[in-house]
Write a protein that binds this ligand. Sequence first.
Ligand SMILES: [Ca+2]
Length: 233
Amino acid sequence: MASQELARKLQSRLAATQEGEPRPEPEQSPVRPKPQEPEAACGDSSSELSAKLTRRLDINEGSTAPRPTRVFNPYTEFKEFSRKQIKDMEAMFKRYDTGKDGFIDLMELKLMMEKLGAPQTHLGLKNMIKEVDEDFDGKLSFREFLLIFRRAAAGELQEESGLMTLARLSEINVSTEGVMGAKDFFEAKVQALSVGSKFEAEIREEKEERKRQEVEKKQRQAAFKQLQSTFCS
Ligand SMILES: [Ca+2]
């Protein structure tokens, strides 16, 4: 309800700025950037606009996932984790996604918790899913699975909760290698900001490694060609 009210306010502000702001003359700025959501601005249904603004607001606040049409990149979206950690989380996700449909459903979560040595009740499992089930489909996508670790690392989970148990019993140690040597599991959130540069360094390293391999390959090819020409001449 609060966000709806906020959306309404944003909506009226949007209308006000559109009327109030003098538009630059075309000759002054020949390349005028296109308005970001023209269909929203021109739409005559105010409830539609309100819904869009509400959604935009939720995305900004982090309570709603961006549209699934946008490709989900765990490395850029979960910058508080190292690439190795995300790969470990992915491996774990795939290991327990026995149906191989890209989701961990209730039965798969049940098996996971049993394997981890912390079996949960049916209701407990449902509540675990509900806590991170952003799209309300009753199962965990990989993104929602990563949210478990994000919330655990940020200290947002109850100590005794099923999700915290899952995070703790997984082999992924978010506390030590997690966040640039954060001493405390719960310092993660504070340090998340500085991790962006670590991520970039990792990317750079991978790129350089690829470049090195590329150079070596070319050298091998050149050597081979030389050898070939010696034989043919
Ligand atoms: Ca889901």
